[in-house]
Design a binder for this molecule. Sequence first.
Ligand code: AMP
Ligand code: MG
Length: 355
Amino acid sequence: MIRNMHLSIHTPCALILILCAFIGCSQPIASQSEFVLGTVCTITLYDKGKPQVYRDIFDRLREIDNRMSVTIHGSDIDRINKAAGIEAVKVHDDLFMVIEQAVHYARLSEGAFDPTVGPLVSLWGIGEENPWENPRENPRENPQVPSQDEIDNVLALINWQDVELDPVNRTVFLMKPGMALDLGGIAKGYAADEAAAIIKRARIPRAIVDLGGNILLVGEKRDKSLWNVGLQNPLDNRGAYLGIVRVAEKSVVTSGVYERYFVAQDGVLYHHIFSPSNGYPANNGLLSVTVISSISMDADALSTAVFVLGYERGRALIESLDDAEAVFVFDDMGVRKTFGVNFALTDDDYLLMPD
Ligand code: AMP
Ligand code: MG
């Protein structure tokens, strides 16, 4: 585990800061933020942002939340989980597609990404509180590390191959009682893609979709220059960035230890991204992984997958894909990136290693 990390998190706002002020963005109507999908979502529509478009976007985000959240009673996911080991559950097209994609990334990452981590997420209970209502340095009062027996019992339930999907009837069946899906590693990416689709249908020429640090840039800047996205310094306050990624119309998604975590009494930091092979938070020297891809759902699933896989296997996975690049931040303050990333380090506490 990560020991004695001095994290101080003051606000639950975006993990990634968009630096717009000095790069020639045209005037937005205004940004709008709401707490949805378990995080603060901020939409910024430029030039032709209309109140109705903001409303349509947030309505859609809430609809996705109501279908895909494990914590919303009666959501489709909740219904699937309650029927585990009993019966298949019919779900909406969008949720079916997201679960198909989650299973696809589970296969691709050889189980490092696994949407059946639900029981492990519940057992550890990391970051269940709503940080918007209750911002605190340490989100849990009495955090407990589960016993090895508890972890072993739950690990027996975690296997993406036990998810049975019937595309004809659009049903989902979890084969063992006690299994539970958790789409926390992919749903925000899908939601960002859906927001972008609404923005494009409304012919808004450029926009920033920021779903708790899941960034999706829509369109080009007026002066045709690249968008600048600040990468959160995992060891500093929210909004403090360690470097800048320059991208065209892409999604930039970070998975990091600092998003949800608790510090146990012995000073060890336990975060929210679990290794399905041992049931503990992934512990491989990475503080964060940022993935850049055109589709936000892909970037989201991949950043979680690569975080669990670790640098060597994670980088190999990214390099095997056409439309994916990554930046890796390590706990020894090293930073590495794949060849295609346009990245400038701005914090000299970190050291950028050669590609
Ligand atoms: P992200 O911030 O996108 O990396 O997603 C982290 C969230 O995904 C966690 O809060 C859990 O809800 C869920 N999760 C944790 N570990 C895994 C895993 N190995 N595979 C898939 N989802 C996970
Ligand atoms: Mg993710």
